[in-house]
Design a protein around this ligand. Structure first.
Ligand code: C2O
Ligand code: CU
Length: 468
């Protein structure tokens, strides 16, 4: 896997981060907030003014798509029109919503055909940092740029000086700026997935993010990449994690000094700007040891600090109304993650030849593509049942496993209870490790449960969990 330094390091003036495009939104008579999104091709500049533009697939002409911002408990209506040459849908990742609004073609809705539209309506019960993306031809549609942030604001937001989002995407660009072909490459699909050569924040290869000494930031980080896991280090700064995947956690410093986020995962950080005016501090990603790179510089303005020392109290986010699983009464289900290269079961692991082209499986079953309605569920649960899923990764690769329509607690890793028992909607399972998650199956319907390394999802690591 080669990463072009030129692409990663290309720079052209300070990118204007955090200045998202103006929103197209309105309020309807019943006070539902309404948005319109059109999925369509667009030409954008990802790498800087002196570099070629890139033809992408976008929502409303921009990558990432418009930021959708609603208040917890307020209804929202989003009319999605399809201006692409192929079917699409939108999945509201992490939102606990009715099954019919979940955006999985063939399972929860008919695909949105070219030229048609579909109206999504839901009321987000949880405040936090979420995102949206297609669930049709996912590898290409997400890989060509269809994704955006969905922020649900708390009724009372914690006091910070600035609320900033870093929507991180990863592109594989050719030298002429075009998105390189070859989506779904077999070899890659059986390994780490399609990792790009160009990382953008809010749609641009960043040079610096301007900050002011003494300020307090709430930094919302979204890993919207197809396959890349990041491990972010903040030189000389001490960020505090206050939420994972939109769900508040006990505030704590970064484990081992870095923030590890697999594809689809998010974290909210409180970052006190304790640096020296006029200086710059690097944020680096060294998840893959040989491929460490500088993501961006935090560049301090020359002004004197706005405060002598940071406010001593950390803002605590109000808890979301999540149902608490009853572990004593919980049903336990074992789920083995299988397949891929170097699994120890032959070159391509199990299933490569005989399983309809699948490279990956869960308990020997492989669902490929974007989901189908003829797949028998991997797990069936009664509504209201507490449940523990034991995820055993038998493969040599990392898998960020995402459950639709629910958030779950991470209760153990390799048999050891976790200390924070944090809530998440996507859990990163390291190679050969076992993670237990617990939740209440309170949301009826057929829900996707899949790896969010998009190549893995499309090549078989996907299943349906039925709640009735
Ligand atoms: Cu981000 Cu099936 O989801
Ligand atoms: Cu995976």
């Amino acid at each position: 896997m080669r990463v072009s330094r030129r692409a990663l390091l290309s720079r052209a003036g300070a990118a204007a981060l955090g200045s998202m495009l103006p929103l197209r939104r309105g309020f309807t008579a019943d006070n539902t907030k309404e948005y319109r999104l059109t999925a369509k091709p667009a030409l954008v500049n990802l790498t800087g003014d002196h570099y070629p533009n890139t033809a992408v697939w976008s929502y409303d002409g921009s990558v990432p798509g418009p930021e959708i911002r609603v208040r917890q408990g307020d209804p929202v209506r989003i009319v999605v029109s399809n201006g692409l040459g192929e079917d699409t849908t939108v999945h509201w990742h992490g939102i606990r919503l009715p099954n019919a609004m979940d955006g999985v073609p063939g399972l929860t809705q008919k695909p949105i055909r070219p030229g048609e539209s579909f109206t999504y309506e839901f009321t987000p019960p949880d405040a936090g940092t979420f995102w949206y993306h297609p669930h049709a031809d996912s590898l290409q549609q997400l890989g060509r740029g269809l994704a955006g942030a969905l922020i649900v604001e708390e009724r009372e937001s914690p006091a910070v000086d600035r609320d900033l989002i870093w929507f991180i995407e990863d592109w594989r660009l050719a030298d002429d700026g075009r998105i390189a072909p070859g989506f779904g490459n077999r070899m890659e699909a059986g390994m780490s997935g399609r990792i790009g050569n160009t990382v953008t924040i809010n749609g641009r290869v960043p040079e610096t993010v301007s900050v002011k000494a003494g300020g307090r930031l709430r930094l919302r980080i979204v890993n919207a990449m197809l396959a890349r896991v990041v491990g972010l280090r903040f030189a000389d700064h001490l960020p505090v994690v206050v939420a994972y995947d939109g769900q508040p956690c006990d505030p704590h410093p970064l484990e081992d000094g870095r923030l590890v986020l697999g594809p689809a995962m998010r974290a909210d950080l409180i970052l006190d700007m304790a640096g020296v005016p006029g200086r710059s501090y690097a944020v680096t990603d060294d998840f893959y040891r040989d491929l460490a790179y500088k993501l961006v510089d935090l560049a301090y303005g020359p002004e004197k600090p706005t405060r002598d020392h940071p406010p001593d109290r950390l803002p605590k986010l109000p808890a979301n109304p999540l149902p608490e699983p009853d572990l004593a009464a919980a049903e336990r289900h074992q789920i083995a993650l299988q397949g891929g290269m170097m699994s120890g079961k032959g070159m391509m692991g199990m299933g490569m030849m005989g399983n309809g082209g699948a490279t990956w499986a869960m308990n020997g079953m492989s669902m490929i593509g974007d989901g189908q309605n003829d797949m028998s569920p991997l797990v069936a649960l009664k509504r209201g049942q507490s449940c523990v899923l034991v995820l055993r990764n038998e493969t040599a690769w990392w898998h960020p496993m995402h459950l639709h329509g629910h958030s779950f607690r991470i209760i153990s890793r390799n048999g050891k209870p976790t200390t924070r028992r944090e809530w998440r909607d996507t859990v990163l399972v390291p190679p050969r490790e076992t993670v237990e998650i617990a939740f209440v199956a309170d949301n009826p319907g057929d829900w996707m449960f899949h790896c969010h390394v998009t190549d893995h999802q499309e090549a078989g690591m996907m299943a349906v969990l039925r709640i009735s």
